[in-house]
Design a binder for this molecule. Structure first.
Ligand code: FCB
Length: 476
């Protein structure tokens, strides 16, 4: 089956996928603290706790206080990962839980929680991949990433966490998707901290990347044996038409979504910007070259999140979208165009697995020998899953999605594939559990495991059982 075929109702064969997974390839699930832990009041506040307390910010009026209550139920959740047969678990350390206020010593209760969770993973032989920043900036850091000092605070936090958990974490991810933080959090105002600065948000690019570099240095100074990397979200971008206007705006979007976050980390420089677009990037123009040396740290791996491609047209848009992105973008000189030839997820995102291969090929073509081994650190889809009267949850679209994307990635990096030469080491499904999907609240279910948000009961979906069969049938 070509990866872009519309998912057929027939369940993809787990054995057939299992046989294309090379020995040693890591497969796991991913989550983030603010989306699953709850117990947010037991620790310092994050910008997401504050944003979700504001009326109208979260689509269903929900907040971070309970979410999946993973804080109390972590043992049950790790047991689910073990039943799944997952090799690894990507989670995030909550900065405000470990270091309320974003400065000073680590909090003993926060340390205790992650110690217990890591013990549980060790007991089940699941390899921990820890993200140090998955968007939950301590609320006290006022303007957050607009302030260069936040990069220094984050570097210090990374050093403390590195020292404390050095021997317990196999892979460290400094930042998760700084692009989403800049674009959704500071440019468009739909994520925390809710700023609508458009191109004036660009200093948050530089400060986050500086935070990444300082964190990588601090982890190395703490002599962590685990590998060190970063996670960026990548979306292959193309123009809606052949017009030069659309082409220029597609290039602009590629720069602000992909290149501005990957080039400095891997190449030590910001991407070249065509003269006519240069005024938009004024806020990055004065970047200190010493900062770029800090940002461009040697990395052991590169984390790539992939959800969808993007189609861009010139001119302001008028559209509407479930997460408010289209509305917030009306002040920009370009807009995103629906990609109608693909089926869509519950979020309305196009299901286009071939473009995961394109994203990997772009990484190889752009970064060559500077690209370290790659993990797909997130990939998955929300659907309007329904609980059948007998309590089961049949989610054939998610099975087809995961099958097609993992196949597309493996095909792309195989000899002669579109991304031949990329050293792809693993894949993390987003997500283990249905969880709190940021501004979309509880309206988008991405889990392999269904969560009843009233009772917090966990029920593995059909996709969980399918992935369990894939993992069990692999060659070792
Ligand atoms: C990614 C985020 C993750 C989740 C998925 C659906 O951008 O990193 O936390 O929200 O999207």
């Amino acid at each position: 089956m070509s990866p872009d075929t519309v998912p057929s109702p027939k369940k993809p064969d787990p054995n057939s996928l299992a046989h294309s997974i090379p020995p040693g390839f890591v497969i796991g699930t991913a989550t983030a603290a603010a989306q699953i832990e709850g117990a947010s009041t037991a620790a310092g506040r994050s910008v997401w706790d504050d944003l979700s307390a504001q009326p109208g910010r979260i689509i269903d009026g929900s907040d971070t206080s309970v979410t999946c209550d993973h804080y109390s139920r972590y043992a049950e959740d790790v047991a689910l990962m073990s039943t799944l047969g997952a090799d690894a678990y990507r989670f995030s350390f909550a900065w405000p839980r470990l270091q309320p206020g974003g400065s000073g010593a680590l909090d003993p209760a926060g340390i205790d929680f992650y110690d217990r969770m890591l013990d549980e993973l060790a007991e089940h032989a699941i390899s921990p991949f820890a993200t140090l920043y998955h968007w939950d900036t301590p609320a006290e850091l006022e303007v957050g990433w607009l302030d260069r000092d936040t990069a220094l605070r984050f570097g210090e936090f990374a050093g403390l966490v590195g020292e404390r958990f050095a021997d317990r974490v196999d892979a460290w991810i400094t930042l998760n998707e700084p692009a989403t933080v800049t674009l959704n959090g500071y440019a468009l105002g739909i994520h925390a901290p809710g700023e609508t600065l458009l191109f004036d948000a660009l200093p948050t690019v530089h400060h986050q990347l500086l935070g990444h570099g300082l964190a990588a240095q601090a982890l190395r100074a703490a002599s962590v044996p685990g590998r060190i990397g970063i996670t960026n979200v990548h979306s292959p971008v193309h123009a809606a038409t052949d017009s030069p206007e659309d082409a220029a705006m597609a290039q602009l979007f590629d720069i602000v979504h992909n290149r501005v976050f990957a080039d400095p980390v891997l190449l030590g420089s910001y991407p070249d910007v065509p003269d006519e677009l240069a005024p938009l990037f004024g806020a990055l123009g004065g970047a200190d070259s010493r900062d770029l040396d800090t940002i461009c740290q040697p990395l052991d791996f590169y984390g790539l999140n992939y959800y969808m491609p993007t189609r861009v047209a010139a001119g302001a848009g008028t559209g509407a979208s479930p997460d408010g992105t289209a509305e917030a973008m009306t002040g920009l000189p370009f807009h995103l165009v629906d990609i109608d030839e693909y089926p869509r997820t519950g979020f309305g995102w196009p299901i286009a697995p071939k473009h995961l291969g394109t994203a990997l090929a772009e990484m190889r073509d752009r970064y060559g020998a500077a690209l370290p081994p790659v993990y797909i650190t997130e990939n998955g889809a929300s659907f309007a899953d329904e609980v059948a009267p007998n309590g089961t949850i049949n989610d054939p679209e998610r099975i087809a999605y995961l099958d097609a994307h993992l196949r597309a990635a493996l095909d792309a990096v195989a000899p002669g594939g579109a991304a031949d030469g990329v050293d792809l080491r693993g894949y993390f499904a987003w997500s283990l559990l249905d969880n709190w999907e940021w501004a979309a609240g509880f309206t988008q279910r991405f889990g392999l495991v269904h969560v009843d948000f009233d009772t917090l009961e966990r029920t593995p979906k059909a996709s969980f059982e399918w992935l369990r069969q894939v993992l069990a049938a692999r060659q070792r």
